[in-house]
Structures are given as structure tokens and as C-alpha cells.
Design a protein around this ligand. Sequence first.
Ligand SMILES: [Zn+2]
Ligand SMILES: [Zn+2]
Length: 413
Amino acid sequence: MAKIVKDAILRGRKTVEDVVEGGLNTVENVVQAGLDTVETVVVEGRKRVGTAVSQGRKTVENVLLSRRTTMQAAVLHGREDVRIEEVPIPKAAAGEIIVRVGAALTCGTDLKVYRRGYHARMIVPPALFGHELAGTVVEAGEGVENFAPGDRVVALNSAPCGKCYYCLRGQENLCDDLLFNNGAYAEFIRIPARIVAKNTLRVPEGVALEHAALTEPLACAVHGFEDCRPVKGDIVAVIGGGPLGLMILHVAALAGYETIALVRRPGQVEAARQLGATHIVESTSIRTAIEETRALTPNARGVDIAIEAVGLPDAWQEALELVRKGGTVNFFGGCAANTRVSLDTNRIHYNNITLRATFHHTPAICRKALDLIASGRFQAGAFITGRANLYELNHVFEKLMNRSTEIKTAIVP
Ligand SMILES: [Zn+2]
Ligand SMILES: [Zn+2]
């Protein structure tokens, strides 16, 4: 009996062992299979999550772009105090457009504003500034028919009223109610209705925005040159190798005139040559510059047209000394407020010299300027010697103040 019981117990143990073993195997298999499934699920899940995240990110970005309410912009606070700040993106009211700035160009006027901390006619800090720009329309206000989102445009810095005495005489540059716009050193800029209607131009295909942005200064240059009423065969002297001096020089050269560039700095010589100067007088002495220039004309009689593009009293006087009897002087460069210049009245009177002082531009001339840029004859690329982003703006102005050889820097926000 004891043996039977013992055998039974032993058999039972064996069975239990087998069952346990089998159970363990099954559990292991199940666990392994489970692990595999979990891994597959995790991998696939990760993929799905990744796709969802990246799609979500895109959606969020789009939503952010369409719902963005602020932008980065340069704000002038005072003398040499420009800060990049988060400011509201402007909204287009009736007749207005909002332009995403593609390129804003530095300009001597902006440098003056940076140095002084204000502009008597245009800017009271804290204020957005910068005025030479081209970009893409992102919003068109009610009633705007000529432009729609996606259009590439150059919006001029001002527009005349079209109603005053001067406007009606075709002297819109002298409009009693010239409306200025500033704020190009920013991601977006609001273009007032009057500028949309009168001085916003479509940028032709194939013309880079940074080149189109040269329309404003070039319009001033074209205006200054045409105002001298040049006659075929005239010799044209341009005093000053800054951006506008070089532009006037280039405009005169492209029109087929013999030109003399008077520059002060070695860095300007190469630019003047590239832009078509027939002769270059490089001198820091006014006396020798006058003599050298006159010596380049027949019988040293003097040039037919002398254009001052510096904005200093010495240069105004120098211009008067360069012209022949019956010649024309254009005091194109604006001097600081309250500047007085003494001129030799006998020389002016007995030599029958015509004095001009061209200011700003008109809508018709702005169109001419953009046509010239689009023609491909105008070497737009030569005027843009640097590129920078908004955050580098202070540095760019510091460099310009230290008389660097840069002509214009394109700020790409
Ligand atoms: Zn300018
Ligand atoms: Zn007017």
C-alpha cells in the first residue's frame, strides 16, 4: 500500500512538473509574442506620432503665420539708439496694403536719422524707420484693386497730394502735403492709401527685389540729372562718390555723356570707373580738384554741368568753380539745417551761370527709374555691396559712420 501511494505521489509530482514546465514554456512564448507585438506597435506608433507631429507642426506654423500679430522691427529711440523690437504687424485699412519686406536698403538719409536720432519732417522717436524697400503684398485693404497678395512691389517713400498748386504744375516733388512713409527695417510695412494709389509699382519678373528697392534713390538721381537740362555733347562733373553721386554719374554715363567723377576716397575710384566715369579726379584738396577737372575740358573752360552730391558748403562752392560760362550747377546735396554758403556773385552773374537745386522725385520719374533698373542697363548690383539681417542693423550703421567702402547694404528681415 505504501508503495502504491509513493508511486502515485511520484507520478503526480512528475505530472505537476510537466505541467509547470509546459505552462512556463507557454507563458514564455506568450510573453515573447507579446513583446514582439508591443515592439511592432511601438515602432508603428512612433511613426504615426512622428507623422502627426510633423503635420501638426506645419499646421501650427501656418496658423501662426496667418495669426501672427507681432513682427520684428527696428525702432529708433534716439541718437545712435536703434533696437530690434517685437511690434504689432500693421493691418491694412481701406486703400492700404501690407508688404512683407523682401529687402530694405540703407541710405544716407537713414544714416543721418540714426546719427541725429530724428528727422525734422519725417521721424519723431520712438519710431520705425527705413524707406527704400521692395517686397511682396500679403494683405490688400478694402477697395484696393491694383494689387493682391503675392504681388511683388516697390512702394516709394512718399506720394504727392495731386491737388495743390505745385502738384497741378507738375512739380509734385514740392507738394505742399507730401506724405512720407517710413518703417522699411521690419518684417512687414504698411503702405498708406495715397502711396498705394500713386507711388507703388509692380516689380517686373526677373528683377530682384533688392534691385527694385533702388527705385527711390535712383528716381532722385534721374531727377537731379534731367533737371540740369543736359544737351548732347555736354561734359558732366559729379562731385561726391557716395551712393547718389555714383548713381547720377551712372545715369549720365548711360545717357551717353562724357563724365568726370570727383571723389575723395580711393575706394570710390573703382566704383566710379565701373559705373562708367570717363575721367576720375581723386583729391582731398578742393583747389587741385578744380584745376584737374577744368584741365580735362577744352581750353580748361570748365564743364557744362556740375552736380554737387555731397551736401557740404565747400562742395557747393567747388561746384560753382567747375563750370564754364553759361554752364549749369546743381546743388543736389542737402546740407544740414541752417547752413549758409557764400558764393561769388560776380562769377555767377557775369558768367551767366544757371543754379539749380533738385529735391526729391515725382511719380513719373519713379516709373522712369524702375524702367531703367528693369532694362538691365543700369548696374543695380554694383550699388548693393553688403547684405545683413535686422539684428545686424546697428552694426551696419556703425560701419557706415566709419566711412566704410560699402555703397548700400540690403537689410533682409
Ligand atoms: Zn533714400
Ligand atoms: Zn500736392
